[in-house]
Design a protein around this ligand. Sequence first.
Ligand SMILES: CC(=O)N[C@H]1[C@@H](OP(=O)(O)OP(=O)(O)OC[C@H]2O[C@@H](n3ccc(=O)[nH]c3=O)[C@H](O)[C@@H]2O)O[C@H](CO)[C@@H](O)[C@@H]1O
Ligand SMILES: C=C(OP(=O)(O)O)C(=O)O
Length: 442
Amino acid sequence: MSKIIVRGGQRLSGRVKIHGAKNAVLPIIAASILGSDGESMIYDAPPLDDVIVINKVLESLGIEVEYKNETIRVNAQNIQTCEASYELVRKMRASFLVMGPLLTRMGQARISLPGGCAIGTRPIDQHLKGFEAMGAEIELGHGYIEARINGRLKGAKIYLDVASVGATENIMMAASLAEGITTIENAAKEPEIVDLANYLNAMGAKVRGAGTGLIRIEGVEKLGGTVHTVIPDRIEAGTYMIAAAITNSDVYIEGAIGDHLRPVISKMQEMGVQIEEDENGLRVYTDKPLRTVDVKTLPYPGFPTDMQSQMMALLLTADGTGIVTETVFENRFMHVEQLVNMNAQIKVDGRTAVISGGSRLRGAKVCATDLRAGAALILAALAAEGETEVTGTHHIDRGYVDIANKLRLLGADIQRMSMEVVAEEEEEEATISIFAVSPSMA
Ligand SMILES: CC(=O)N[C@H]1[C@@H](OP(=O)(O)OP(=O)(O)OC[C@H]2O[C@@H](n3ccc(=O)[nH]c3=O)[C@H](O)[C@@H]2O)O[C@H](CO)[C@@H](O)[C@@H]1O
Ligand SMILES: C=C(OP(=O)(O)O)C(=O)O
């Protein structure tokens, strides 16, 4: 446990290097379960808590996983059990992505229900609908989902009611070893889906159309290991783009891929932020006050929900009143209450938040309620007057490698304190206050 302390008002400069994408590496690790022939090497796997959790899920199945220097070696030739326990799945919803690969390779899977989380209920009905269409029998009981097949899964035509990222990935993986052809209509189009398809194809799968709304998978009998480098994290990149803009700074975001960030770039440019793209990354700087914009989150290529809270922090520093509409998750405004503690002027009505820009943000004690909420608080703190303490840092660690250090190297006044140091400081403060009151008590 720790907290992050930020003293706002510093300009940033220099370069920050973006790590591999959390949301790409997690399904890719899950897909490794499909490889009965040979081992895989996965490069640029970011050292994040979520990556450690999914590696543990694979290990709990009896799969060999070695993770060092941002490289994962997975050998899934032998699988000993088809059950992923509540203890692991509850730590991270994306653990449910092992369902499709396990079911299709082993003929059965028993996975704990992932449950909801702070940002919404997050059902898995579309994943299950896909498996059932391919011939799986699904049973729900005692907090677990059990799926079985007789022989192999059968290719099917699947239409997703919502363009779900996780359902598209789970079905794509299951279909890779199914008999015949599967089509996914209204498939999610995120860059992470394309990265997963590239990994599957390198393992020997036949996936076409990833990145469009119609994906076609021709099942094969066997998949093997391969070598793959994970794409850069567009949400981490977007977060540092906002760090540059919110502090009126000039920062080069190394590794950011402009094409993956089109909606974020275009909204920031509308606000007056200068963005220059080249083949190695993006330069982000501001040379005039920013004007506000309206933002509506949508599945890719729309504005990403995972950038909504960070964008809201930026809107607080712009002139005028902006409207943020969250259409992907039903409860993704948890950061608002914390931002209000920092003197932000925000009114929420259902899925819409009205942001009045221009009032001076002030440092406060705030708590990260989820991953991107935590990022938004750090960004707001960079622009705020005085000191902000952010607790709930374990959420932030799910998705950002070493965020305090990366921002400090850019010039931010930011430090991370482990809870032992925090506890020692509190004890010291308590001792000082006992001494302070003792003369009058005497
Ligand atoms: C590990 C990972 O990649 N996480 C990302 C992934 O999450 P995840 O894959 O969980 O998100 P989905 O795309 O599945 O969810 C989008 C919407 O569809 C709904 N839904 C989803 C599945 C289903 O079976 N039924 C259903 O109704 C969800 O409740 C949500 O409202 O995409 C989200 C949307 O871009 C991102 O915010 C997450 O960072
Ligand atoms: C919501 C997110 O992740 P997850 O789906 O893993 O909870 C996120 O990355 O912002």
